[in-house]
Write a protein that binds this ligand. Structure first.
Ligand SMILES: Cc1ncc(COP(=O)(O)O)c(C=O)c1O
Length: 389
């Protein structure tokens, strides 16, 4: 972001290129797979003004990438066909057989599967760190570690992990720290400023913000993104231009939306914490004993996702979902409309009962993604549904 420009302003003006777009205020949708091929392509290619093929680059996708780059404060950004596309492409670009990855265990189920099922088939060794152990990062990361991967806040218990401590440990051995910051958004947390090498998002969530696209983002230094580029092209994980257009459009209101998500999250976490049917509310800063201290160091807002353990367990959770009138029962999070889901059936369906128990995830846990509706209306819906469990 240019010096002195704040996110809300950058999102309106940060990617404007009227000279390239017939003066259009809104960067247009280049829904094309290919481009006129200049006779001297290789000479023109370095200028950034010419394009070859949309699997490699597309001007609409570049607009959205530039907005994400500026928000995170990185040298460059790349967009992908999904958050999983961003994660898998990045890992395939950074790792080779024999390398070791240290992964903090409380990851989105799809990422967990990638580490557990896919990477070991290519000879990558994964060392798992249990989130409850709170180990000293420098004791976990070794000279063999190439990549350290963490999600903060993490689903479904909204734990927070100390980005600076893991970044220092990774730096000491020359490993790269990748932070999945999807739950936080760059409005609430900028991992690169806390020492992370790369930040990754499921842009399907808050960045897009309207539950109408699937996308992933990666931000970091050009020297690393250059390594990712060739794998991005060969794996074919490019973002479609129309999704890129929707993402750029959604991003323009990110700061406003996140302010409302933060307000709704804070208020509803507080009020539901006092409800007689609720055993526990999980919200960033409230899960583990050190979480508040870590969150206040690295986050400026806590977001709109919280999880609820109900006193009546799984049976009460199912009744609660059935009784909701406004809040949609659906997986995913980060959209303008509120959603409720049971992580054991959606994001964390990959975990066995034993794993859920070991990770202290209550069997009837409900995840709420609070949208931008009026907080009083949301509270009314949530409390009427809780009153009938
Ligand atoms: C924290 C987190 N990271 C990554 C992903 C994967 O993103 P996508 O669904 O866009 O592939 C998800 C999806 O739910 C997620 O919750």
């Amino acid at each position: 972001m240019p010096e002195g420009i704040r996110p809300g302003t950058f999102l309106q003006h940060g990617a404007r290129r009227p000279e390239r777009n017939a003066g259009a205020v809104v960067p247009p949708l280049y829904q094309t797979s290919t481009y006129h091929y200049p006779a001297a392509f290789s000479e023109a290619a370095g200028s950034g003004e010419v394009h070859l093929y949309t699997r490699m680059d597309n001007p609409t996708v570049e607009v959205a990438a530039e907005l994400v780059r500026g928000l995170e404060g990185g040298e460059g950004a790349r967009l992908f066909s999904s958050g999983m596309g961003a994660a898998s492409t990045t890992l395939f670009a950074l790792l080779k057989a024999g390398d070791e990855v240290v992964a903090l265990e409380d990851l989105y189920g799809g990422t967990l599967d990638l580490f557990r099922e896919t990477l070991p088939r290519f000879g990558v060794q994964v060392r798992w760190v249990t989130e409850t152990a709170r180990l000293d990062p420098s004791e976990v990361v070794t000279a063999r570690t190439r990549v350290v991967w963490l999600e903060t806040p993490s689903g479904p218990l909204l734990r927070v992990h100390d980005i600076r401590a893991w970044a220092d440990a990774a730096d000491r051995v020359g490993a790269l720290l990748v932070v999945d910051s999807t739950f936080a958004t760059p409005i609430n947390q900028r991992p690169l400023a806390h020492g992370a090498d790369l930040v990754i998002h499921s842009a399907t969530k808050y960045l897009g913000g309207h539950s109408d696209l699937v996308a992933g983002a990666l931000v970091g230094p050009s020297r690393i993104l250059d390594r990712v580029d060739s794998v991005h092209a060969t794996l074919g994980s490019a973002l479609d231009p129309f999704a890129g257009f929707l993402l750029a459009r959604g991003l323009r209101t990110l700061e406003l939306r996140v302010a409302r998500h933060n307000d709704n999250g804070r208020r509803i976490a507080q009020e539901l914490g006092a409800h007689p049917s609720v055993d526990r509310v999980y919200y960033p800063g409230r899960t583990g004993p050190d979480d508040e201290a870590i969150a206040s160091r690295q986050m400026t807002g806590r977001g709109g996702v919280l999880s609820l353990a109900l006193k009546g367990g799984p049976a009460a959770a199912e009744k609660f979902l059935r009784n909701l009138r406004l809040v949609h029962v659906a997986s995913s999070f980060g959209g303008v409309e509120s959603l409720a889901s049971l992580p054991r059936e959606t994001s964390h369906r990959h975990l066995s009962d034993a794993e859920l128990a070991r990770r202290e995830i209550p069997p009837g846990l409900v995840r709420l993604s609070l949208g931008i509706e009026d907080a009083d209306d949301l509270l009314h819906d949530l409390t009427q549904a809780l009153g009938r469990v």
